[in-house]
Structures are given as structure tokens and as C-alpha cells.
Design a protein around this ligand. Structure first.
Ligand SMILES: Nc1ncnc2c1ncn2[C@@H]1O[C@H](COP(=O)(O)OP(=O)(O)O)[C@@H](O)[C@H]1O
Ligand SMILES: Cc1ncc(C[n+]2csc(CCOP(=O)(O)OP(=O)(O)O)c2C)c(N)n1
Ligand SMILES: [Mg+2]
Length: 506
């Protein structure tokens, strides 16, 4: 029997072939409400039909005859009727309400339902089957219950004998707002999705992703740091990017914001709005990437939200971190005369995107594409330079545009030399072959490197701390008096005119 049918009959207390439910006191309130109904009475409208010969037809109730889910994706899915496994204290979160039907229908797994092996069903003694006496019928009617009929009609037919579609049932008087029938505990498939995919990612304080919010302690003597960044399919990542890389990138771009503040990771919240009909495999891959990076960076998910959309997938992550008081790195504080430093190499992500889009050749070894898909959050460096750097941020929109933020926050201008901007070997080769790619490097974004200001006299200390953190850093210019503008000197030493400084969403 499909899972939805099994669940529905249980919620109604119509356990035909299973042991009696646990005592009422052990059950969550929603379950208790369902339990109050007598055997045979369920909050489902009975389908009373006469056979074509006019006599009542005897059929099993509809839910016992269904074998397969009706539709794929996240739509048309079964209504499960048992309490949320979290409410029942199911440690694996795989209670029957969220268990698959066992029919191995790929559409079931697409909906996040576990298509596990069907369970053998034992016959229930006749004495314990739901009654059908007049007295019970009357009592059920008085309570307003709808009853599973003993008699069932055949399929609806037109006069000429052709099958016709049964008209959609209108919500009856017992329907609650939102379509959930009073007395029934329905769980839509996102709960199965959460239990199966996200619960294993739960970190300390997440309360197993089974409560309304997470509760966590901030380590003594630390300050909380919070940032959020979203990624939209087709805007921040390509639809054919491997899903594990999308999960990792989502976490890493947020970790990069913590790095920019000199903070260490604590945990994160995540809101996933999946394109309707997204493959379960995609979500599994996305979660696999998150799981790997959670281990690598030492944090876990604390909660979030799940929705589906007719539009593209939108993933939003809110990251929490901590920092020692006095060691917060902010965008404000750059001073005239400070040197401008950048970590790693610049332009790889932007060039990698163009390689993946097929508009650029030459990424032997896939370095640029990898850098686009998997930025490296510079957490150790951020913490190492905090207290020494005057100001800092991470480069996501483009080096020139983001440097402008440091200028505005510091009340000064900046001058950088393109020739000093550190490039990877593949990027150097591409720009060498086509100097028109230099603006892509300087303004393309997707770098997730740290950009910071430090006093000229502190250069040796910066280099030492960066070396200790294992991250290369390079001086590319200095802050100058004047308007908060960024002047770029091109490879030939002359001013480079750029049509834009970086990425804009609008
Ligand atoms: N929708 C929003 N609601 C509230 N704050 C926002 C919103 N979008 C951006 N911000 C804030 O504006 C600032 C700049 O955002 P952004 O350019 O996205 O920073 P970053 O590059 O570090 O992600 C940040 O402090 C961010 O928290
Ligand atoms: C498919 C695709 N097209 C274009 C880009 C380029 N791009 C999109 S958003 C963005 C800037 C970073 O995203 P944003 O939402 O501004 O992040 P934040 O600055 O808030 O960290 C860049 C460079 C991309 N990463 N992927
Ligand atoms: Mg942002």
C-alpha cells in the first residue's frame, strides 16, 4: 500500500492490520485528536456509489487500492497523515508519514520520499476490524465524521460506458483553512526532504532540525558575527554546475564574509527555494557538498527553511561566526598612505565562468573553472591580519568596485597597478594572449579573496602573518587623498579606463 494511504488510515485510527497504537498519553496532541475517532471513522469523504446494476459495490477503501503516486516532482504527492517524526521522537526522522511507498517509482524519490522496500502486511483478525454497525454509523454521523465505506463503486463512467474523470472534491465543512482536514495530520513532502537531506547536516544547537529555532551558546569572551549571501541558479552558478560544488560554493561565499571580518565559523542557517521538479539526486549532491565542507570548515547547519518555486532555484545562507573583541576587521579604517593588499590570485573565477560558458578557450587542467566553482575562503588569513590591517573585505563583485567600498568607508581614494595584481598562470596566459581580458580580471568578480589596507610600515608583519596562515598576499597599490575613487594603471603604466568597476544585479 502506498505510504500516503497507510498514513491516512493510521491517523484515523483505522489500523486494520497492525497492533493497537500506544496509549494516548504517549502521543502528541495532533495524534490524540485523530485517535479519538472510533474505528471505521476517518476524516475522508466516503465515495458511495452504486454498481451499474444498481446494487451497492463492495470494494476496499480507495487508499487500499492505490498502488502508485499520482504525479512526480513535488506536486501531486501523497498526503501523509501521521505526526511529524520529530514529534514522535523518531531519531532517524523516517517515520511512516515520510516513508516512501515502496513502489520504487522514481517520481516518489524525486519528491524526496524514500522508496524503500515494501513492508509485509499482516492480516488483522476480523474481531479487530473497524465496525460497520448502524450504531457506529450514527455516532460517526453525529460527530460529523466521514467514513470509509464498506461499499465502493467502480470507476466513474459516462453513459456510453467510457471512463470519465472524477470531479475534484470540494473541501467539505470539516476542511480547515489551507486545505488540511480537521483531525488529519498531513505532512507535505518537504518534511521528508528535510528529514532525509538536511537533518544529517544538523550541528550542535540545531535541536535536530525539529523545533522552531536553534539554541546555541556563544563561546565565552567572543562576539557574534552574522552575514548572509544568496545564490540563484543562472545568476551565481550555472545550471549544469555539479550540485556538490553549488553546495560548497554557497557555504564558501558566506565563509568568505566571515573571513573578511576576521571571524571564525560557528554555524549557519539555510533557506533553499528549489525549482519545482528538481531531481532528488540534485539535492542529494548539493547536501553532499555541504557535508564535506561542513567537516572541512568545522560548522553545522542550525536551521533554515524550504520552499519550491516555479522559477530558478534560489539558495540563501546566513552564516554565524565569532570574533574576539578588538579583533574585528571592518571596511572602515583605510588611511591615506596605507598599502593595498590582496590575497591569492585575482580574475580566475571570472575567467573560469567564461571558460565554462564556452566563450574562452584555454583552461588546461581546469584551474579557472575550479576557481569559479570552488572559491577558497581565507579564514585563517582574516583572523591573522585582524588587529594589524586597518580595513578589509572580500572581493565578490570585482576588485575595482570592491576597492571603491574601502575608499568610501575610509574617506580616501585608491591607486592600483594592473601589473602588480597577482594572476594565476592560466590567467596570465589568457591575458597575455588577449589584453582585452584585463578588465575581466579586474572587474569580473567571483574572486572571494581578501582585500585589505595596512600601514606601509607593517608590510613585513603582514607578510609574516600571511605566511603563518598559509596564504600568499600581494601589494597592488595604495590609498591616496581625494575622492573615493579607484584609479587603475594599465599594464603599460598609463591610466586604464574601465566601463564599470564590477558586477551589478540591476
Ligand atoms: N536585503 C538586504 N537586507 C538587509 N541588508 C542587506 C540586504 N542586502 C544587503 N544587505 C547588507 O548590505 C551590505 C552590503 O551587502 P553586499 O554588497 O551583499 O555585501 P557582501 O559583498 O559582503 O555580501 C551588507 O552589510 C549586507 O548585510
Ligand atoms: C552564471 C553566472 N553568471 C554570472 C556570474 C557573475 N556574478 C554573479 S553575481 C556576482 C557578484 C557576487 O554576487 P553578489 O550577490 O553580489 O554577492 P555579494 O557581493 O553579496 O557577496 C558575480 C560576479 C556568476 N557567478 N555566475
Ligand atoms: Mg551580499
Amino acid at each position: 500500500m502506498p505510504c500516503w494511504a497507510r498514513s491516512r488510515s493510521r491517523a484515523a485510527g483505522v489500523s486494520r492490520d497492525e497492533p493497537a497504537p500506544p496509549p494516548q498519553a504517549d502521543r502528541p496532541p495532533a495524534h490524540r485528536g485523530a485517535r479519538r475517532r472510533r474505528a471505521g471513522a476517518v476524516p475522508v469523504r466516503a465515495h458511495r456509489r452504486k454498481r451499474r446494476d444498481g446494487r451497492a459495490a463492495v470494494h476496499p477503501p480507495p487508499h487500499r487500492r492505490r498502488r502508485h503516486h499520482r504525479a512526480g516532482g513535488l506536486r501531486g504527492r501523497p498526503r501523509a497523515a501521521r505526526a511529524h517524526p520529530a514529534l514522535r521522537g523518531d531519531p532517524e526522522g523516517r517515520g511512516d508519514a515520510v516513508r516512501g511507498c515502496g513502489c520504487r517509482d522514481p517520481r516518489a524519490s524525486q519528491a524526496g520520499l524514500d522508496a524503500g522496500a515494501p513492508r509485509p502486511r499482516a492480516a488483522r483478525p476480523a474481531a479487530r476490524r473497524g465496525g460497520g454497525t448502524d450504531e457506529r454509523r450514527r455516532a460517526a454521523g453525529a460527530r460529523g465524521d466521514q467514513r470509509i465505506p464498506r461499499r465502493r463503486a467502480g470507476l466513474p463512467r459516462r453513459r456510453d460506458g467510457a471512463l470519465r474523470q472524477r470531479r475534484a472534491r470540494r473541501p467539505g465543512p470539516c476542511a480547515a483553512p489551507g486545505g488540511v482536514r480537521a483531525g488529519a495530520v498531513s505532512l507535505p513532502p518537504e518534511f521528508a526532504l528535510i528529514a532525509r537531506h538536511f537533518r544529517p547536516l544538523a550541528g550542535e544547537g540545531a535541536l535536530d532540525l525539529a523545533d522552531d529555532a536553534a539554541v546555541l551558546d556563544i563561546p565565552a569572551g567572543r562576539r557574534l558575527v552574522i552575514a548572509a549571501d544568496a545564490m540563484v541558479e543562472g545568476v551565481h552558478y550555472l545550471p549544469d554546475n555539479p550540485p556538490d560544488s553549488v553546495g560548497k560554493k554557497l557555504l564558501r561565499v558566506n565563509l568568505s564574509d566571515l573571513a573578511a571580518m576576521g571571524a571564525a565559523p560557528l554555524g549557519y542557517l539555510m533557506t533553499t527555494t528549489f525549482a519545482r521538479g528538481i531531481a532528488d539526486d540534485w539535492i542529494a549532491g548539493f547536501v553532499r557538498g555541504l557535508a564535506e565542507d561542513q567537516r572541512a570548515f568545522g560548522l553545522g547547519v542550525l536551521g533554515g527553511d524550504t520552499a519550491a518555486t516555479p522559477g530558478p532555484t534560489c539558495l540563501s545562507l546566513t552564516i554565524l561566526g565569532t570574533v574576539a573583541p578588538g579583533a574585528v576587521l571592518t571596511r572602515a579604517g583605510a588611511q591615506v598612505g596605507d598599502e593595498i593588499w590582496v590575497s591569492g590570485t585575482i580574475g580566475d573565477g571570472a575567467l573560469g565562468l567564461r571558460v565554462l560558458q564556452g566563450s574562452l578557450p584555454g583552461d588546461t587542467g581546469g584551474h579557472l573553472a575550479r576557481r569559479y566553482r570552488l572559491p577558497e575562503p581565507r579564514l585563517a588569513l582574516g583572523q591573522a591580519i585582524a588587529g594589524l590591517a586597518h580595513a578589509g573585505m572580500d572581493v565578490s563583485d570585482g576588485l575595482v568596485q570592491d576597492l571603491g567600498h574601502l575608499c568610501r568607508a575610509g574617506g580616501c581614494g585608491a591607486e592600483i597597478e594592473a601589473a602588480l595584481v597577482p594572476l594565476s598562470l592560466p590567467a596570465r596566459a589568457l591575458v597575455g594572449a588577449d589584453p582585452a581580458l584585463l578588465p575581466v580580471v579586474l572587474t569580473g568578480g567571483d574572486d572571494y579573496e581578501l582585500l585589505f589596507a595596512a600601514a606601509a610600515g607593517d608590510a613585513a608583519a603582514v607578510l609574516a602573518r600571511a605566511a603563518a596562515a598559509g596564504v600568499p598576499v600581494t601589494r597592488i597599490g595604495r590609498f591616496v587623498p581625494g575622492k573615493p575613487e579607484v584609479a587603475v594603471r594599465g599594464l603599460d603604466g598609463t591610466p586604464l579606463a574601465l566601463s564599470r568597476g564590477g558586477w551589478s544585479h540591476f
